[in-house]
Design a protein around this ligand. Structure first.
Ligand SMILES: [Ca+2]
Length: 312
C-alpha cells in the first residue's frame, strides 16, 4: 500500500517536473532602456521585463511597475514579508539578491551596479520614489530628484538633488535624535555604500556590521530601508543588541519602529506627474534641475512651488 502511494506520488512529481520552470515565471517580451521606455512602447502590465540601459553591456531582468497613467517605474528594492535576508556582503549588494516575481510577491535588491548603470545612462534625471507601509496599513512616500548611484570605484555613492515631494518626511536629510546620532551624522546624501565587510561610513566603528545590512551609511542613519525585518514593527534596543537596525524612516516612525513594506523605484522626472502633461512637467523640471544644481541651499521653497505646478 505504501509502495503504491509512493509510486503515485512519484508520477505526480514527474508530471510537475516535466513542465519547464521557465513557463512558471512569466517574462514579458517588450524590452527597453528602462521601465518607462518599455511603457512608452505599449507595455501596460506590471511584471518582469529585460532592460538594457545605454551604458550596460548586457540586458538584465527588472520588475516594472506600470500604472494606468502609462508610467513605468523600475523597481530597485522591495521589502514586504521578511523572507529575504538583507544581511549580506559587498558582492551580493553589488550584484543583487532576492527573488523576482511577476506578481510583486517577493523581496529583492536589484544590485548597485545595475542601479549605477540605470541612473547614469540617462540624459533626463531620475526621481527616486520611496514608498513605505507601516503595520497599520498606512502608506507614505518620499520623492528625491536627480537620484544617482556612483560607480564602484566611488563605492556606489548616493547623490540626489533634493527632496521633491512626499508625506513621509525627508529622512535622507538626517534627523536630530538629541544624542550622538545628530542630524549632521545621519545625512545620507553624498554617502558611499557600506556593507558588513566593506566599511565606507563616517563612523569610527562599522555601521553596516552593527546593523547587519548594506546601506549608504553615515554615522549611521535616519532612513534605513535594508534593515532587519521585525514582524509587528516595534522592537527595542534589547531585541536589536543596542543598535537601531530595523527598517527605519525616522521622519515618519521613530527608530524603534520597523516598517512592514518598502519599495524603492525610479522614473524619469518627466513622468513623475500623473496628469499627462509630460512636456510641461519636463520644462518645469529642467528649470528646477538647473536651479537645484545652481543653488543647493535655496531650493526647498522653490520645490514647494514646483510641486504645486506639477500636481495642479
Ligand atoms: Ca567606519
Amino acid at each position: 500500500m505504501k509502495s503504491q502511494e509512493l509510486k503515485q506520488l512519484t508520477r505526480q512529481l514527474e508530471a510537475t517536473c516535466s513542465v519547464p520552470c521557465k513557463d512558471t515565471v512569466e517574462i514579458q517580451p517588450i524590452t527597453g532602456t528602462d521601465c518607462q521606455d518599455i511603457a512608452n512602447k505599449g507595455a501596460s502590465v506590471s511584471g518582469l521585463y529585460y532592460v538594457k540601459p545605454a551604458k550596460a553591456t548586457d540586458q538584465f531582468l527588472v520588475y516594472c511597475e506600470i500604472d494606468t497613467f502609462g508610467r513605468g517605474f523600475t523597481v530597485i528594492q522591495r521589502r514586504k514579508n521578511g523572507q529575504v535576508d538583507f544581511n549580506r556582503t559587498w558582492v551580493p549588494y553589488r550584484e543583487g539578491f532576492g527573488d523576482f516575481s511577476p506578481d510583486d510577491s517577493t523581496e529583492f535588491w536589484l544590485g548597485l551596479e545595475k542601479m549605477h548603470l540605470l541612473t547614469t545612462s540617462v540624459t533626463l534625471p531620475y526621481v527616486l520614489r520611496i514608498e513605505m507601509v507601516d503595520w497599520l496599513g498606512s502608506k507614505k512616500y518620499a520623492d528625491y530628484a536627480i537620484f544617482r548611484v556612483g560607480p564602484e570605484q566611488d563605492k556606489y555613492r548616493l547623490t540626489y538633488g533634493y527632496y521633491f515631494a512626499g508625506d513621509a518626511g525627508d529622512a535622507f536629510e538626517g534627523f536630530d535624535f538629541g544624542d550622538a546620532s545628530d542630524k549632521a551624522y545621519t545625512v545620507h546624501n553624498g554617502m558611499q555604500f557600506s556593507t558588513p565587510d566593506n566599511d565606507n561610513d563616517m563612523y569610527d566603528g562599522n555601521c553596516a556590521l552593527q546593523d547587519g545590512s548594506g546601506w549608504w551609511m553615515n554615522r549611521c542613519h535616519a532612513g534605513h530601508l535594508n534593515g532587519k525585518y521585525y514582524p509587528d514593527g516595534t522592537y527595542s534596543e534589547k531585541d536589536a543588541g543596542a543598535f537601531d537596525n530595523g527598517i527605519i524612516w525616522v521622519t515618519w516612525h521613530n527608530r524603534w519602529y520597523s516598517l512592514k513594506e518598502t519599495t524603492m523605484k525610479i522614473i524619469p522626472v518627466s513622468r513623475i506627474s500623473t496628469d499627462g502633461t509630460a512636456q510641461t512637467a519636463t520644462a518645469v523640471w529642467s528649470q528646477a534641475v538647473w536651479r537645484a544644481l545652481g543653488s543647493p541651499r535655496s531650493h526647498f521653497e522653490k520645490h514647494a512651488n514646483l510641486g504645486a505646478t506639477i500636481n495642479a
